[in-house]
Write a protein that binds this ligand. Structure first.
Ligand code: PNS
Length: 166
């Protein structure tokens, strides 16, 4: 049996915490689809197309990992991709409540789809895309928190963040 898992998220941008989870997830499942949510209400820093490009750049070394995007319900996307597992990471107890709610809602919508949680690597458990953007936009170092190619893209995007602040 070929087990396909979806790892959904905003990935705005991908962090080393996400990357660690993807790396470990790629060993557990036959195929891992990293899927970016398209219909976000919050304004993202990077467009979906940019995020797809960024993810592909860093994930091309994993032969069983692919990048996709989706709109609408996650369970419908999982069905379209023949996935039977949703993969999510948990960093701290504060993540648990939100993740539990989503997992139970998704189970109600599609009982055959199993959510699998993996504990974030402790060295990355404090990292979030939101904090990375905040620290970077205020001039702090984010080296080691995101892949180098993502840091380069943030550097190119920095004036945009400063303009927003002005
Ligand atoms: O990276 P994020 O923001 O924590 O990811 C959240 C995501 C994309 C997993 C979640 O917002 C989602 O699945 N959205 C799709 C809409 C949906 O299916 N909602 C109902 C089930 S909770």
């Amino acid at each position: 049996m070929c087990v396909i898992a979806i790892y959904p998220g905003s990935f705005d941008p991908i962090t080393n915490g996400h990357l660690d989870l993807i790396q470990r997830g790629s060993r557990l499942f036959d195929r891992l689809v990293v899927s970016i949510l398209r219909n976000e209400t919050k304004e993202p820093l990077f467009s979906v197309e940019e995020r797809i490009e960024m993810l592909r750049e860093v994930l091309c070394v994993y032969p069983n990992v692919e990048v996709d995007s989706f709109g609408g319900l996650l369970v419908d996307h999982a069905a379209a991709r023949s996935a039977t597992v949703l993969l999510r990471g948990i960093r701290a107890i504060s993540d648990y409540e939100y993740e539990l709610q989503m997992a139970l809602m998704n189970r109600r919508l599609q009982p055959g789809l199993e959510t699998v949680f993996m504990m974030a690597n402790e060295i990355y458990s404090f990292i979030s895309s939101r904090l990375v953007k905040e620290v970077f936009s205020l001039g702090g170092s984010i080296t080691g928190l995101v892949p180098p190619s993502v840091e380069e893209r943030l550097q190119r995007r920095l004036p945009k963040i400063h303009n927003k602040e002005a």
